[in-house]
Design a protein around this ligand. Sequence first.
Ligand code: WTA
Length: 616
Amino acid sequence: MYAESVNAPEKFWAKQANEQLVWRKPFKKVLQWKPPHAKWFLGGKLNVSENCLDRHIGTARENKAALIFEGEPGDVRTITYRQLHFHVCRMSHFMENLGIKAGDRVAIYMPMIPEAVIAMLACARVGAVHTVIFGGFSAEAIKDRINDCQAKLVITADGGWRRGKVIELKANVDKAVAGAPCVHSVMVVKRCGNPVTMVEGRDVWWKEAWEGAPNYHDAKAFDSEHPLFILYTSGSTGKPKGVLHTSAGYLLGAKLSSHYVFDLKENDRYFCSADIGWITGHSYVVYGLLSNGSTVFLYEGAPNQPEPDRFWQMIDRHGLTILYTAPTAIRAFMRWGDNYVLRHRLDSLRLLGTVGEPINPEAWMWYHKMIGKKKCPIVDTWWQTETGSIMVTPIPGVTPTKPGSATLPFFGIKPMVVDSDGKEVPRNSGGKFVITQPWPSMLRTLWGDDERYKKAYFSEFPKHPHYYFTGDGARQDKDGYFWVIGRIDDVLNVSGHRIGTAEVESALVSHPAVAEAAAVGKPDDLKGQSLVVFVTLKSTATASEELKEALRAHVGKEIGSLAKPDQVRFAAGLPKTRSGKIMRRLLKELATNGSVKGDTTTLEDFSVIAALQSDE
Ligand code: WTA
């Protein structure tokens, strides 16, 4: 199938699109590729929510559980496909009555509860473009995202449970919306019952909205290339990038990969621990799984609440068969100790997956032995927000695995490891990781900034303007297996979350005490990378432990707690080139090794590094 898929990609994708998706109007042309812009399945029309819901109604699946939800306090809800369809229909009506039209943007800032999935599918049903904002982002970050895409409606909850505490989501939305005049309406799910302020004429309770709406909703069909969602992600400059995905191609990528990579069976109960605020939640909690008619398990809270065996308990309690999680979580489980695992049977599990960062072989082996009891295949899946669906992965039961390698490309995907000219490097040499031909679920552009799209992804190799540059470094071994090493741009991967160094730096310099800042990653056993920032202060400010704490809190306020630096270091000056560029490479070396041995010939003033070294 792989050979077929890359030798005659258009034929392959046409066949898959016809077999996997429900079309209202067949497409006429498979691909229009004018690098760097691709359009897939031109002339076709479909509705993404119909593909996730209506197609299962009237079949043996209609009374099957679509979602099994467990809240952090232990509350459980099961929602069948029929019920999910009913909820989504009602919400779709309500959104249309609010004046939401096809193409309008809707922001979703919610805990991991069924209403989050319902909200996404209702957007898809009415053709509105959702942008899900992870619950860990701050009011400031929400405001920026809402303003960037000019969202009219925000869907949120009073709060969400995390480690026994209520995260006050609605309060954050209130602060954000105060600076976002584009928002007309805010819809609020009552989840925790914490007090919230409802603004007359703007805010409405989900339940009230839902109660007034009819049960049936006739979904319109939209063009294959109709925008489905925007998801903001960190890039090399300060402003997050609004990655745009469209309908048919994205859905096909998510559906086909879910089917093959998780080897889905009718009675699977699938658990992906990613939040729907990330791409993994979009493709492998919602769209890929529901379009396949699978049962998806949703968990609201923290993995160590009330104790570090919560996942294992839930796997036994619900008979979950597939677990898809991140290496950083696996390393945390290892650290918490085997005893938490050994209390549970875990005999329902048959397949394990990982995503988000390279997995170290020790963690892979632990996952294999301790969780998989040596009988579950592990799929280490490499992909990105931009790729929409899994790009490099084993096919379970087919591809022999090697711990630490995501192995081989998925159908239709042609990756390559190249040098700076775009020439393929010999086997076992490191290089830049590129994808050399378009695929249906690729991003289409960056919202409102097509120039940045070209620059970020298609400008690295001027001789090969059709090569998509991933931002990662990789090598291919003698068997052709890919080993992705990690980001080679100014993006860090902290606990599987992408954090742009420039975003953190601009948050820091917005603090009145800070003159200049540089953020770098330092290898970390648990998080993969930890975030170290070097800060020079204005002459009016004095260095102190309190100020370090204040700066961490400030980054938390500007971006969200996920971006809070692990370490703040004050410096008299930052190392710069003669042209005035901060040499982050040296700071990274300094943070990692405590000293600098690398090439310092372009450094303007060595005394800066000397001072930082003696500081250590
Ligand atoms: C990294 C997450 C090694 C990589 C779906 C990529 C990985 C970035 C793997 C995308 C993996 C993801 N092995 N590295 N299996 N999966 N990455 O956009 O650096 O949040 O570029 O998408 O995570 O992160 P994003």
